[in-house]
Design a protein around this ligand. Structure first.
Ligand SMILES: C[S@@+](CC[C@H](N)C(=O)[O-])C[C@H]1O[C@@H](n2cnc3c(N)ncnc32)[C@H](O)[C@@H]1O
Length: 299
């Protein structure tokens, strides 16, 4: 199809559609609760076991978006350490504008935390860092590794950037997630886009093949996509564009293809239909937590 354009090529449009998604599924609230309930055990206690409370923690956020989640992670880490310096690698200008507003509007919450926001993609960041990249105690990649040119190489690179005892958090779509099924069912989506398409089992395999130990945490999550099936709904159109990763999906593909995709999206392969007609798209995700051994293993 000639007229299709990937949402990954237009950061402003991506930001607009992503905002609809996050609002619709209360994503930041959900992640905020996850940070309270799971993050201390999965990450914070381990960091505190590796580094003294006086350590100025270096944190890297990859694709941190508008910062609602990563800034909470930084705040949580700060409760156990003297200071946190958070380098943020995020290419979307509008996301960074919101992130700046969040920092400026909540200065008292962020005492002892220094933010260094850089408008860059991860591949550009790597190029800038050169042969001796900065080391970090904590690296966060929340639903953002898809946009790296090569996710496996990026994981290897980020692992190398960890201090011994440091931790990398990778949040990624689960094998059961509707998005993953949709991407596989309709290759047009992957062919139109840049970056990579993969799910948690690919990351598990990538880590295992390198002998990198990891811990896992699975989260069931869903997104109300009922408005996607309402003709003319602007919200539904943007949700559809985010899920298919194609700008103006309804207007860019043939009616037959649109029908086929919508049917699949609404089917039990991807969604759960409630008796009242509400359709919940499966957005399950996995958190994979990697800790670099304190003493680097030889061989
Ligand atoms: C699904 S959003 C997740 C945002 C944030 N981590 C969160 O959980 O709210 C993906 C983020 O990756 C960013 N992104 C896109 N291309 C990127 C790249 N090449 N390198 C790093 N991040 C990228 C997007 O702009 C977006 O903010």
């Amino acid at each position: 199809m000639e007229n299709v354009k990937s949402i990954r090529c237009d950061p402003d449009y991506y930001t607009k559609a992503f905002k609809i998604v996050t609002d619709k599924c209360n994503m930041y609230e959900f992640l905020g609760k996850w940070i309270q309930s799971e993050f201390p055990r999965l990450v914070l206690d381990k960091l505190a076991g590796s580094f003294s409370a006086e350590t100025p923690i270096n944190m890297l956020g990859v694709g941190s978006g508008s910062g609602e989640t990563d800034s909470k992670l930084a705040t949580c880490i700060k409760t156990r350490f003297r200071s946190v310096r958070n380098v943020v690698v995020e290419p979307a200008e509008k996301m960074l504008d919101i992130y700046r507003g969040l920092i400026d509007g909540n200065k008292s919450n962020f005492e002892g935390i220094e933010f260094d926001l850089r408008q860059l993609g991860i591949d550009e960041y790597r190029a800038q860092e050169g042969d001796h990249p900065t080391k970090y105690h904590f690296i966060s990649t929340i639903q953002s590794l898809y946009y790296a040119a090569d996710f496996e190489d990026t994981i290897r690179y980020l692992y190398d950037c960890l201090e011994e005892g440091g931790i990398m958090l990778i949040i990624i779509v689960s094998d059961t997630c509707g998005s993953w099924r949709l991407w596989n069912r309709f290759p047009l989506i992957m062919e139109t886009s840049t970056g990579s398409f993969f799910c948690a089992s690919d990351v598990r395999q990538c880590l295992s093949s390198q002998g990198i130990h990891f811990e896992e945490n699975h989260q069931g999550f869903n997104l109300d996509i009922t408005s996607c099936f309402e003709e003319g709904s602007e919200e539904g159109g943007l949700l559809l564009d985010f899920i298919t990763e194609i700008i103006d999906f309804r207007g860019s593909v043939s009616p037959d293809f649109l029908k086929e995709v919508m049917e699949y999206m609404g089917s039990d392969q991807c969604s759960e239909r409630k008796e009242d007609g509400t359709v919940f798209f499966n957005k399950n995700w996995d958190a994979l937590v990697v800790q670099k051994p304190l003493v680097a293993q030889s061989g």
